[in-house]
Ligand binder design. Structure first.
Ligand SMILES: Nc1ncnc2c1ncn2[C@@H]1O[C@H](COP(=O)(O)OP(=O)(O)OP(=O)(O)O)[C@@H](O)[C@H]1O
Length: 246
């Protein structure tokens, strides 16, 4: 198991979080959090409810600012970065924010107009299987269909760095395999992917680099093998984490 090591140049690590603190009242959501995501690799971030995963991603995409600490994404501070930088960063948050009254293709068309050089909407919709439910109003979609749509939306800007919050949650087994294949294909095309997850299987299947968070801090970071040291990921996780506080 390794401590959060911060070696290598900025080009090696598309995302670097260093000693982040963020509090909501008396809750220390981030309490000295540090981890890195290597460029062109998949980083999986595991941690119990309330560990601070979403808060960390919000800081990394510029939706929130830490009270203290340094965030660098593609060499820039996302809270200060310009539109060009933001266009290079994609994010799929949990699906609650999709507009219920719209239809999938209309939403993707609309979102694609925010980008100077968007991905092809039809090709993106086909890749995620959105065309299969293109005529259904978003509020009537199943959880898995919403998940595919949210992932398609996150790909429209052809991001260099992609943050995915529980991308396979709610998907059936076929759907999960398909989404994992897409994530690996994106990595193979050079995209840096950060996946937050509660699934050991997802972490084991996807992670080139693994981060385990607990109570706002990193408690393990490294390759799957270096983190587990021959034990099961589940055993390591339960040994390092405590029940969520959310
Ligand atoms: N806007 C907010 N106001 C108050 N407390 C918040 C807010 N956002 C997060 N928190 C608290 O900060 C802590 C970390 O929350 P966060 O959502 O980052 O955890 P998480 O690891 O993403 O959890 P989950 O696995 O449930 O998604 C929790 O205790 C949460 O209740």
């Amino acid at each position: 198991m390794t401590e959060a090591g911060h070696e290598g140049s900025a080009a090696d690590f598309a995302v670097t979080l260093t000693e982040l603190h963020r509090s909501y009242g008396s809750v220390h959501a981030l309490d000295g959090l540090s981890w890195q995501a290597a460029t062109g690799r998949i980083t999986a971030v595991l941690g119990p409810n309330g560990a601070g995963k979403t808060t960390a991603v919000e800081c990394a995409v510029g939706l929130g600012r830490p009270d203290r600490g340094v965030v660098r994404v593609l060499g820039a501070d996302p809270a200060e970065a310009d539109a060009d930088h933001r266009a290079k960063v994609g994010v799929m948050l949990q699906t609650g924010g999709l507009p219920g009254g719209s239809k999938p293709m209309r939403l993707l068309d609309h979102l694609s107009r925010f980008y100077a050089a968007p991905a092809d909407v039809g090709a993106t919709a086909r890749r995620l299987g959105v065309v299969d439910f293109a005529g259904t109003t978003i509020r009537r979609l199943s959880g898995g269909q919403k998940q595919r749509l949210a992932l398609a939306a996150a790909l429209l800007g052809r991001p260099e760095v992609l943050f995915l919050d529980e991308p396979a949650a709610g998907l059936d087994p076929h759907g999960r395999l398909e989404v994992w294949d897409i994530i690996r294909a994106l990595r193979d095309e050079g995209t840096t992917v950060v996946v937050t997850t509660h699934s050991f299987e997802e972490a084991e299947r996807l992670a080139d680099h693994l981060v385990i968070m607990n109570a706002g801090r990193t408690v393990a970071e490294g390759s799957l093998d270096s983190v587990t040291g021959g034990r099961s990921l589940e055993d390591v996780y339960f040994g390092l984490t405590t029940r969520g506080r959310a």
